[in-house]
Design a protein around this ligand. Structure first.
Ligand code: BES
Ligand code: ZN
Length: 879
């Protein structure tokens, strides 16, 4: 196993507290690209007052130990034991001061964990277990201590040196060197530690908190990016203000730093007062970044800022509790985006993402509860389940308790646990106690994997005016759990007449009816709700606002779906009904095609889409969401055995047929929206652009599509419109596509983030030939297998977003991808493991493809020295 990691499972039930308090940590960095020397001094106090000695156990990985001393006595090699990633000092006295000196090698660190190099600077990434690659330490989140960090380096190569907290001293040294000292007054776990050193430019602003303190806001970037920070800064200010207004949470230090790097395994990291960001989530200019990028920046800046309270001030006891901070913080960033942009659109995008990424995960070889019970490599558990499903479970507290009740719970959570490392049970207890409610059974959401299904039937009795809904919940067995329990499921309901009017709802036994949405509760496997005074069979509007993360089964007629699409008061239900109708049509054509029958377009779908397109009252961004057909992977999840080519052909057929039938209306709407006004980044302008570009994507399926698309490309003044047009030309196989790609390449060849888009456009192009293009693009000067953004853009997009390419029937996509997983594993196991998960759904394909994939999985599994990261994914897939 790489890095001395064991490859064995760790279990949640085995948690034991660390026996020592670490009262202080003093760190000294002598910074160099090739070699950095790290000296540390740690004060250990034994927690158990009755004992006089105890072993001290520390974590370390790839460290070159220079010296180790205990209470000022140098330890010889027989006075400590290094075994894999742990160092044990047996029988250390109850008050022990430990000093260590190690050498580390940033330049050769390609895993991007610990201290590593990115362009003109050095930086660290410690979550989850990267601190142990910097120095020996109890590298676990429940060991919190205060840090003092001193750095020295060459002044001209490393003019900027940053760490957490406040800068307290600095000075010059001989030989063109200088030093800086930082102190963080807040005790923190090691995963929140960070240093940055190098040549960086900065953009500065300030924020005055609600209590009147000034906070210096500084964004550090490489000099050429200095004109792309405005949106990130604005987002940060908005996030700080929002957290005060909505959660009454104020920032707690005088400085807030953000550093942008091109070399990052994840999106961004919430290190205390020194966030480190993938440059993708900081840098934006209208000509380089799309509206989706702007929204992504706002969301991620918010997310990392919100961690300051939900993650940093109150952190996790151990990594099994990850969703405590991530699920909650995703919920908070979703709410932030909802308050900044459109709540309904955000909700729809969140649900789309949950269904297309988390549902498959929860039904596959890596299925796990939001709080897992075991893992081999924690990096493999930063999943859609922990994050996105975790956030929907936080949202259910909010649904059950209301905004005021939820905020009461948050307040109590902070009163009880500020400065502590706690568990999801502590969070749930705070919510329950603050509201005087019992959330015992609700706790099952934390321990059960799999997506619950809710099967609904109904009956209307015209004689009595009674309407009964019967709900049955069932969670299918997953690889990790055979028997499932009934969950508490909030069920938000509306009832509509056939004309789309909302019916007042009165349950049997209630004295009066109420209008709007009813929040009902499923607590057992079977629940029944009977409403009285219902004059006609209603159209049920189910799980409004997606009130629980479940799959809903109810046999709607096309007429009922049409009523919901046109009239329901809930934007999510309107969207969901349109998606169901489109999904039904596509899957039906897929079946017809498999039987050799001609595909055809149903008139109900045409009518529904005509209605959407003609709506001039609704938010255009909502109309755009309704027009976007379910993606191929999501459709694949609905089939017993995935028909890769059938889904592609059927979806394409439906899209083209809709475009042809609705061409006049599409043209009209496109023309209205294509107003020729200069670019603006307001939510209104973005909403118009997204709808315009969805209309364009339909028009590219028609005869006149090419000229409209080319005209848009010609006149575009922003990356959103440019990319939409380029994608259109590529997808329609236009003869102009090649020249357009070449133009784009020569214009942006020096711009790493824009070149990512260029790789994506080509990797996503459907068809069995794309694998050759992708292989060729790996030789492009802008590509680097060492850079995660490049790997995700070219290799990740091909294997995860291009089903007809990846699943080419000759297995060429699989073989290519397995080669990449093996190649990456030697460089960056975290990224290799992410890529390896592209094979996770392999058992859902036909026998031929299954055999081809299995061969590749076995080939990867057989690699000598495979990392724990990749072997966990591959072994689970093969099991
Ligand atoms: N704490 C994580 C970043 C992280 C995760 C670092 C795993 C190292 C290992 C951060 O708060 C986070 O969740 N980032 C997300 C983006 C966010 C908006 C959901 C990410 O990086 O994908
Ligand atoms: Zn996070």
């Amino acid at each position: 196993m790489k890095d001395g990691r064991s490859g064995k499972s760790i279990f949640r039930k085995d948690y034991t507290a660390y026996p020592w308090d670490v009262n202080h940590l003093d760190l000294n960095f002598d910074i160099g690209r090739e070699t950095t020397i790290v000296r540390s001094e740690m004060a250990f106090h034994l927690k158990d007052q009755t004992r006089s000695t105890h072993d001290i156990v520390l974590n370390g990985s790839n460290l070159q130990l220079v010296s180790l001393s205990l209470n000022d006595c140098l330890l010889s090699e027989d006075e400590y034991v290094i075994d894999g990633e742990t160092l044990t000092i047996p029988g250390a006295p109850r008050k022990s001061v430990l000093k260590t000196e190690v050498k580390i090698h940033p330049q050769s660190n390609s895993a991007l964990e610990g201290l590593y190099v990115s362009g003109a600077f050095l930086l660290t990434q410690c979550e989850a277990q990267g601190f142990r690659k910097i120095t020996w330490f109890p590298d676990r989140p429940d060991v919190m201590t205060s840090y003092r960090v001193t750095m020295e380096a060459d002044q001209s190569e490393f003019p900027v040196m940053l760490s957490n907290g406040n800068q307290v001293a600095q000075g010059d040294l001989t030989g063109g060197r200088h030093w800086v000292r930082w102190e963080d007054p807040f005790p923190k776990p090691s995963y929140l530690f960070a240093v940055v050193a190098g040549d960086l430019a900065l953009v500065e602003d300030k924020f005055t908190t609600q209590s009147g303190r000034d906070v210096a806001l500084r964004i550090y970037v490489e000099a050429e990016n200095i004109d792309r920070c405005e949106h990130a800064m604005e987002s940060l200010v908005n996030a700080m203000r929002w957290d005060e207004q909505r959660f009454n949470l104020e920032y707690d230090l005088d400085i807030y730093h953000i550093v942008a790097t091109n070399d990052f395994n994840m999106g961004a990291m919430e290190n205390k007062s020194l966030n480190i960001f993938n440059s993708k989530y900081v840098l934006a200019r209208p000509d380089t970044a799309t509206d989706a990028d702007y929204q992504g920046i706002e969301g991620v800046i918010g997310h990392e800022y919100f961690h300051n309270w939900t993650g940093n001030r109150v952190t996790c006891r151990d990594w099994f509790e990850l969703t405590l901070k991530e699920g909650l913080t995703v919920f908070r960033d979703e709410e932030f985006s909802s308050d900044m942009q459109s709540r309904a659109v955000k909700r729809i995008r969140v649900v789309r993402d949950l269904r297309s990424r988390q549902f498959p995960e929860d039904d596959g070889p890596m299925a796990h509860p939001i709080r897992p019970d075991q893992y081999v490599e924690i990096n493999n558990f930063y999943t859609a389940t922990v994050y996105q499903k975790g956030a929907t479970i936080i949202r259910m507290y909010h649904t059950l308790l209301g905004e005021a009740g939820f905020q009461k719970g948050m307040k109590l959570y902070f009163e009880r646990h500020d400065g502590q490392a706690v568990t999801c049970d502590d969070f749930r207890a705070a919510m329950a106690d603050a509201n005087g409610v019992d959330l015992e059974r609700f706790g099952r959401w934390y321990s059960q994997s799999g997506t619950p299904q809710v099967h609904i039937t109904d009956h209307h009795d015209p004689a009595t005016g009674k309407y009964t809904l019967k709900l049955r919940q069932h969670t299918p067995a997953t690889h990790d759990q055979k028997n499932k329990q009934a969950l508490v499921i909030p069920f938000a309901l509306g009832l509509l007449t056939a004309n789309g009017e909302e019916l007042p709802m009165q349950l049997e036994g209630e004295t009066k009816a109420s209008g709007g949405t009813r929040l009902l509760l499923m607590e057992d496997t079977n629940e029944e709700f009977t409403f009285i005074n219902i004059p006609e069979p209603p159209v049920p509007s189910l799980f409004r606002d997606y009130s629980a993360p479940v799959k809903v089964f109810y046999d709607y007629t096309p007429e009922q779906l049409a009523v919901l699409i046109t009239f329901d008061s809930d934007a999510f239900v309107r969207w969901d009904a349109a998606q169901s109708m489109a999904q039904g049509a596509i899957l039906e054509q897929c079946r017809r095609r498999a039987k050799g029958l001609e595909m055809r377009l149903d008139s109900s779908l045409i009518k529904a889409f005509e209605g959407i397109l003609s709506d001039r009252m609704a938010d255009p961004a909502l109309l755009a969401e309704a027009m976007i057909l379910p993606d191929e992977d999501y459709l694949a999840e609905q089939m017993e055995v995935v028909d890769v080519d059938g889904i592609h052909a059927a979806r394409k057929f439906i899209k083209r047929a809709l475009a042809e039938k609705l061409q006049a209306l599409l043209n009209e709407r496109y023309a209205e929206l294509n107003d020729g006004l200069p670019y603006q980044k307001t939510p209104t302008a973005m909403a118009r652009r997204v709808f315009k570009n969805v209309c364009l994507s339909y028009l590219t399926e028609t005869q006149k599509g090419e000229s409209i698309t080319a005209a848009q490309l010609e006149s575009s003044d922003n990356m959103t419109d440019t990319l939409a047009a380029m994608k259109g030309l590529i997808l329609m196989d236009s003869p102009q596509a090649e020249a357009v790609l070449a133009d784009f390449e020569s214009r942006w060849s020096e711009d790493s983030l824009v070149m990512d888009k260029w790789f994506i456009m080509q990797a996503i192009n459907p068809g069995a030939d794309t694998v050759n293009k992708v292989r060729e693009l790996m030789q492009h000067p802008a590509f680097s297998i060492q850079n995660p953004n490049k790997v995700r853009s070219l290799i990740g997009v091909f294997s995860m977003l291009n089903p007809t390419g990846f699943h080419a029937s000759d297995g060429s996509g699989y073989e290519f991808h397995a080669d990449r997983v093996i190649e990456l594993d030697a460089l960056n196991p975290q990224i290799a493991a992410r890529m390896a998960s592209a094979f996770n759904r392999w058992k859902r394909y036909d026998e031929d493809r299954k055999a081809l994939i299995k061969t590749q999985l076995q080939r990867i599994a057989a690699v000598d020295g495979l990392s724990g990261d990749v072997s966990e994914i591959i072994n689970n897939a093969l099991r």
